[in-house]
Design a protein around this ligand. Structure first.
Ligand SMILES: Nc1nc2c(ncn2[C@@H]2O[C@H](COP(=O)(O)OP(=O)(O)OP(=O)(O)O)[C@@H](O)[C@H]2O)c(=O)[nH]1
Ligand SMILES: [Mg+2]
Length: 449
């Protein structure tokens, strides 16, 4: 998401940075480029108008022209305004209400409600240690209940069983009863979607809402919806009081129009981003971090959090201890590191959060890191005996041929793994003398990078 907008805004920022002084003339040019970039990103027109007016006002004001470094000030203004437009404040939601907290998900058909219900359940259980029950109010699509039940199983959450003969209202009522009886912390209600916005859907939603009075009514919207999201959001917001937005499919190549428009229209912040089809594909949304990412300033905070979540902390600490004690880093350790890199999945999503220099495209970088390569290296290490992994020096020519054959690869690839390991071992030795502990905490060595 935001790839194109990001490239355009970075280019504007670059231009402004190049100017020794800002005049009203070149500010006007930059502001015009910003407007064009937003329109191309399919941001709703009123939002574009507001945004540009605020940037213009601040840029021609003393803020920029009198400062020593106008380029940086201009970027800061863009950053501030992007943050405001995306909805300042931290994402996620409050869990301070009296349990069971009822969360109602609403949105168009295919927006990602059911998937998001599963993701939220996993998130709440794993990150916040809450006990979650899922219930499907979708009595129209035959497979809908089964879909949610399976996701509940994967997420390790409870599931409220119902039948398609019951009314959505009845199911919602029963589910609240079950959540109370079983002392669940959170009940997530997944509602039915519709291809077109119709009154029947909205009336049903309002009835359910009025009956169960959820603490959170979240509008789930596909980021590909662009500024169309505005009309849909309005209609849903008129029917029920929304308390937040979840933007799905942010991993796709959406231009970002929905993300930048939806806060202005609903008045409610984006709380989470859906970033993939799997249950782990959910990120807490932070407007300021996203603004930094768009402007190429990197989102190092999110990166650190992601790595911390995905890396097996115990293993990382074990390795840190081992290296600290001066024990050698063997091929078993290398394999663990490679496996963790694979486990992090979507290396692209990590790269996107790094402050890469202008013109560097995370997608291209990802191609160079290729996961197949990682898998091949792991296969080679798997093909070794435990003894060989512990003492790589014993691996002679005939052993190399055996290892290569075992992995279905060539000897030069075995050599590469052994050489890479030797280099890492050297680096680890150096580190073990210096401030090793901090370097390794929560961060796997990135071999071969
Ligand atoms: N890439 C990607 N795909 C997603 C994401 N969220 C949902 N999907 C996919 O979008 C499709 C629709 O998702 P559902 O969760 O069934 O959508 P829904 O809103 O429940 O649909 P209805 O119940 O039919 O209204 C599925 O193929 C999901 O895998 C996401 O964040 N990223
Ligand atoms: Mg669904």
């Amino acid at each position: 998401m935001f790839d194109n907008l990001s490239a355009r805004l970075k280019a504007v920022a670059e231009q402004v940075r190049g100017k020794g002084r800002l005049t009203e003339d070149n500010i006007a040019g930059a502001v015009r480029d910003v407007r064009r970039a937003l329109i191309e990103a399919d941001v709703a027109l009123p939002v574009v108008r507001d945004f540009v007016a605020r940037v213009q006002e601040r840029a021609v004001g003393a803020e920029v022209t009198r400062s020593l470094n106008p380029g940086q000030v201009f970027i800061k203004i863009l950053h501030d305004e992007l943050t405001t437009t995306l909805g300042a404040g931290a994402g996620g939601f409050e869990l301070r209400h009296q349990p069971p907290i009822v969360v109602l998900l609403a949105g168009l058909q295919g927006a990602g409600k059911t998937t998001t219900a599963g993701k939220l359940a996993l998130h709440l259980q794993e990150r916040d240690g809450r006990r979650v029950i899922l219930a499907s109010l979708d009595t129209r699509r035959p497979a809908a209940m089964l879909q949610l039940e399976q996701l509940a199983g994967k997420a390790g959450a409870g599931f409220h069983a119902a039948t398609a003969e019951q009314s959505p209202l009845q199911i919602a009522r029963d589910a609240v009863g079950e959540a109370r009886r079983s002392q669940a912390d959170v009940l997530i209600l997944d509602s039915a979607g519709r291809t077109r916005l119709d009154d029947e859907l909205l009336t049903e939603l309002r009835t359910i809402h009025d009956e169960v009075v959820p603490q959170e009514t979240l509008f789930v919207v596909d980021s590909m919806a662009g500024q169309d999201a505005v009309n849909v959001a309005k209609a849903f917001g008129d029917a029920v009081p929304l308390s937040g937005v979840i933007l799905t499919k942010a991993d796709g190549d959406a231009r970002g129009g929905a993300a930048l428009s939806v806060k202005a229209v609903t008045g409610q912040p984006i709380l989470f981003l859906g970033t993939g089809e799997e249950l782990a594909g959910l990120e807490v949304f932070h407007a300021d971090r996203m603004a930094s990412r768009i402007l190429g300033m990197g989102d190092v905070l999110s990166l650190v959090e992601e790595v911390e979540q995905k890396v097996d902390r115990k293993k990382a600490e074990k390795l840190a201890r081992k290296v600290r004690k001066g024990k050698s880093f063997d091929l078993e350790d290398l394999r663990e590191q490679l496996e963790q890199m694979l486990g992090m999945g979507g290396i692209e999503s990590l790269l996107e959060k790094l402050p890469l220099p202008g013109g560097v495209n995370p997608q291209q970088l990802t191609k160079q890191v290729d996961e197949k390569g990682l898998r091949r290296q792991i296969a080679i290490i798997n093909s070794m005996t435990p003894q060989e992994r512990r003492f790589p020096k014993t691996i002679n020519g005939s052993r190399k041929r055996r290892i290569a054959a075992g992995a279905g690869l060539q000897v030069p690839e075995v050599n590469r793994v052994i050489k890479q390991h030797a280099q890492m071992q050297k680096m680890m030795k150096k580190l073990s003398k210096g401030g090793m502990k901090r370097a390794l905490r929560g961060m796997p060595g990135l071999p071969g990078g």
